[in-house]
Design a protein around this ligand. Structure first.
Ligand code: ARG
Length: 400
């Protein structure tokens, strides 16, 4: 019998996938990854087996996700199209890597996923598998089947007596993990409509956040957040803690029309409270410790890095090469940023680092000033030389 390892979430789509694959002669092994989505995977496991999966494998990947996927992205300050912190996009290559591993271990020739043909996730799964396990076949039932709506899927599930929980239909499509929530569909499909409050999953409305601001100090070592308010704390816990805190202050909401890899523009809403606090703080620490030329060039690298994450190119030579550059930039990114959370904002209000390039004696207008103001004249004379020259050549400002 042909074996398939299916990426299984416990939701309706992937539950129907199990039956659909069985009907096509596959013996199905369900693979559930915990990337911090906050769902009960023991229940997903039971459901997979109840649907006729021959085996269900559950891995807790939270620590690896945080360390090897979230952190490189944070070091790069990656934000797709300037706004999306890439929670969903970062989780796909990790899950796909394990799908491939499990398939090899189980002697399965095929892996499956429940992505539609219109999104980015299919690309991320399949490009990762192509790179890491090129011998495997991929099957994507949702791209192939005739079921046209959620209602038809429910009818199909009921016909096959699949143990689905028919909850009141939420109009939104959700994907969550440690780094954030991605929300689409429903009212969000009209880009003129403001996201209804009920579309948000984690964050309180900024209007309902506590009146008094909350201050939090984030400690970094070589670009990695290692502590909160002076207390060292493991990465997963640290992210969870800042998610909780940020959510209370309405921090980390974004609303954007983004460009999918398949050419569609789509309106999506994201929540990433910890991501927003950490990336804002990380950028601030870089401002304090890196030179202007490096900051400017690193910004370009970060944009490119965000796009390659979005496009599913995690396991590629470009990613590895950019990591080399980014890692080199982080050697002095050690210090503490004091963040002020209030009314949906996370603003840096204090910064310190033993590698700070800020020098008070150069910046001050007070008595400790050691800057040689007379030397500025010569600097400007040379800097402005090309324009003094052209100023003499051209007669009117129109020629300049
Ligand atoms: N648009 C985002 C992305 O491409 C989020 C996708 C959400 N995925 C989902 N299965 N609902 O990364």
């Amino acid at each position: 019998m042909k074996k398939v390892v299916l990426a299984y979430s416990g939701g309706l789509d992937t539950t129907v996938c199990i039956q659909w694959l069985k009907d096509r002669g596959f013996s199905v092994i369900a693979y559930c990854a915990d990337v911090g989505q906050g769902e009960d995977l023991r229940q997903a496991r039971r459901r997979a087996l109840a649907c006729g999966a021959v085996k269900a494998v559950v891995h807790d990947l939270r620590e690896e996700f945080a360390r090897d996927f979230v952190i490189p992205s944070l070091k790069a300050n990656a934000a797709y199209e300037g706004k999306y912190l890439l929670a969903t996009a970062l989780s796909r290559p990790l899950i796909a890597k394990y799908l491939g591993d499990v398939a090899r271990k189980e002697g399965a020739g095929t892996v499956g996923h429940g992505c539609t043909g219109k999104g980015n996730d299919q690309v991320r799964f399949e490009v990762t598998l192509a790179a890491l396990a090129p011998e495997l076949e991929v099957v994507a039932p949702v791209r192939e089947w005739e079921l046209k709506s959620r209602e038809e899927e429910i009818v199909y599930a009921q016909k096959h007596r699949l143990p689905i929980k028919i909850s009141k239909k939420s109009p939104y499509s959700l994907d969550q993990n440690l780094w954030g929530v991605s929300i689409e569909c429903g009212a969000l499909e009209d880009p003129w409509t403001e996201p209804p409050e009920e579309a948000y999953r984690w964050t309180r409305s900024p209007l309902a956040s506590p009146k008094a601001p909350h201050y939090v100090n984030v400690d970094f070592e070589r670009g990695v957040p290692v502590g909160v308010n002076g207390k060292r704390i493991g990465l997963t816990k640290l992210i969870q803690q800042l998610n909780g805190l940020g959510s209370r202050y309405g921090v980390g909401r974004t609303d954007l029309v983004e460009d999918r890899l398949v050419g569609i523009k789509s309106r999506e809403v994201y929540e990433a409270p910890a991501g927003t606090i950490l990336q804002t703080a990380h950028r601030e620490l870089e401002s304090l410790t890196l030179h202007r030329e490096l900051l400017e060039f690193k910004e370009i690298v970060g944009q490119r890095y965000a796009r390659l994450i979005y496009d599913g190119l995690w396991y590629t030579p470009l990613k590895t090469a950019l990591d080399g550059f980014i890692e080199q930039t982080q050697r002095g990114v050690t210090g503490t940023i004091r963040m002020k959370l209030w009314g949906g904002t996370a603003v840096p209000v204090g910064r310190k680092s033993k590698h700070a390039l800020y020098r008070k004696n150069l910046a001050t207008y007070g008595a400790e000033d050691t800057f040689d103001q007379k030397a500025a004249a010569g600097c400007i004379k040379i800097w402005g030389l090309p324009y003094r020259n052209s100023g003499r050549v051209h007669s009117s400002h129109l020629d300049r």
